[in-house]
Design a protein around this ligand. Structure first.
Ligand SMILES: Nc1nc2c(ncn2[C@@H]2O[C@H](COP(=O)(O)OP(=O)(O)OP(=O)(O)O)[C@@H](O)[C@H]2O)c(=O)[nH]1
Ligand SMILES: [Mg+2]
Length: 401
């Protein structure tokens, strides 16, 4: 690599040529590998720009791949999801989408809605032949089946959100119960301050823990108690807000009676399933009578690491009761863009079905809804010229992909 103005040698680099169409974008591409560091790559880039090149826009390579038919829009988004994935669950979904499962579902749905539109067009053009070949029920049944498929896809949204954001697991209980110590023990490193002074934790602290089938977003909160200290009161308010959003609450207490009381206090803030953690069990010489609670209670010691796996198992089971995993054959809908388009298609088909059932609108008018549903799915898979859809999708990519 030489500087085009001075002619100085900048680096002894390697150029890899991908002749069209055998590259990521489908175009002829040359990749230049330089020695690393901070100066050499920058100097080489500057030399290339001086020679007439320009830096790529965010997602430009993937956008070109889509425009050249190497990838469809939905799989292009899966690449962004793959790059952005922060958990095993998210990575698994992105890889599955990249393999084309979601694109195929969307395309099949679109074809089915187009078929419905064709059935209707036939009904409109040849109403007199309607009697035998095309009973109204057939159109109604086709529409019902489509609505069921759209609903099944949309029903995966909560599970998809869990995969991305993790299940919110709030550790709550009286001050000094050992909540922060338990969080540190669960994540295997010291992330939150622990002290023997009640009221140590003031703010909620979130830590994402890699876990199957969903990552767990563990939230350490301030102990729930009345306090004159304004900062601690704020902390208790924050705890209350987190409790309201929790998928599962881990009620922490040193003794069974405190656990029961803690659970009663928490009931005022959330309906999420709960799991009890009897903390500091290393200090207890004999086991307590099993607490009479409606939820599982696990004896744990953050100090000695006992009961942690049992607690994680109980938490995982409790999450499963609040969010059901969708059937394996239905791909998860992770993106807001997909959800919006599917919702639009479902709403339009719903309006069509209602009008059709009541015979409220003339067929040509009712069919406008079906056409709108087709359009929503066209946009979804990027088969129509929708520049703003492309702009929105690729703007979220990092530069260089
Ligand atoms: N022996 C023993 N001590 C523990 C254990 N877990 C916590 N402790 C001690 O209990 C005290 C309180 O622990 P924290 O984790 O700060 O309790 P907390 O519930 O977060 O307290 P606040 O933030 O004040 O509400 C500390 O002195 C810890 O060292 C345990 O498993 N065994
Ligand atoms: Mg604490």
């Amino acid at each position: 690599m030489r500087d085009p103005t001075s002619g100085d040698v900048l680096d002894d680099a390697l150029a890899t040529v991908f002749p069209a169409p055998h590259s990521y974008t489908g175009e002829t591409v040359v990749e230049i590998s330089t020695h690393g560091g901070s100066y050499v790559p920058q100097a080489v880039l500057a030399a290339l720009v001086a020679a007439g090149a320009r830096p790529a826009a965010p997602g430009e390579f993937t956008e070109r791949a889509v425009l050249n038919g190497k990838l469809d829009l939905v799989r292009a988004e899966a690449i962004a999801d793959l790059i952005d994935s922060r958990s095993r669950a998210q990575h698994r979904v992105a890889m599955e989408h990249l393999s084309g499962t979601l694109s195929r579902q969307f395309e099949a749905l679109r074809s089915a809605v187009i078929e419905l539109d064709a059935l209707l067009a036939f009904d409109i053009d040849f109403p007199e032949e309607d009697a035998g070949a095309l009973p109204r029920e057939r159109i109604d049944a086709a529409c019902g089946a489509l609505l069921a498929r759209l609903d099944a896809l949309l029903a995966t949204v909560p599970a998809a959100q869990l995969g991305r954001d993790g299940a919110t697991i709030v550790l709550a209980g009286p001050p000094n119960a050992g909540k922060s110590s338990l969080l540190n023990a669960l994540v295997g490193e010291s992330r939150v301050i622990v002290s023997d002074m009640p009221g140590t934790t003031r703010d909620a602290v979130e830590v994402l823990l890699e876990h199957d089938p969903w990552p767990l977003r563990l939230v350490d909160t301030a102990g729930l108690r009345e306090s004159d200290d304004p900062v601690e009161r704020l902390g208790v308010e924050v705890s209350a807000r987190y409790l309201a959003r929790a998928h599962v609450v881990v009620v922490c207490a040193e003794r069974p009676d405190e656990l029961t009381r803690g659970a009663a206090t928490i009931a005022g803030f959330t309906e999420a399933p709960r799991v009890g953690a009897l903390t500091k069990c290393d200090l207890v010489s004999q086991r307590y009578e099993t607490a009479t609670t409606s939820f599982p209670v696990i004896a744990v010691s953050a100090m000695e690491g006992t009961g942690l796996q049992a607690l994680l198992d109980a938490i995982t089971q409790a999450v499963a009761t609040s969010v059901t995993a969708p059937p394996a054959e239905v791909p998860l809908v992770t993106r807001a863009r997909h959800r919006a388009a599917l919702t639009r298609a479902r709403d339009e088909l719903g309006m069509f079905r209602e009008a059709w059932a009541m015979d409220a609108l003339p067929a040509p008018v009712a069919s406008v809804h079906v056409r709108a549903a087709v359009h929503a799915l066209d946009e979804l898979i990027g088969v129509v010229d929708v520049e703003d859809v492309f702009a929105r999708v690729f703007a979220s990519f990092c530069v260089g992909k």
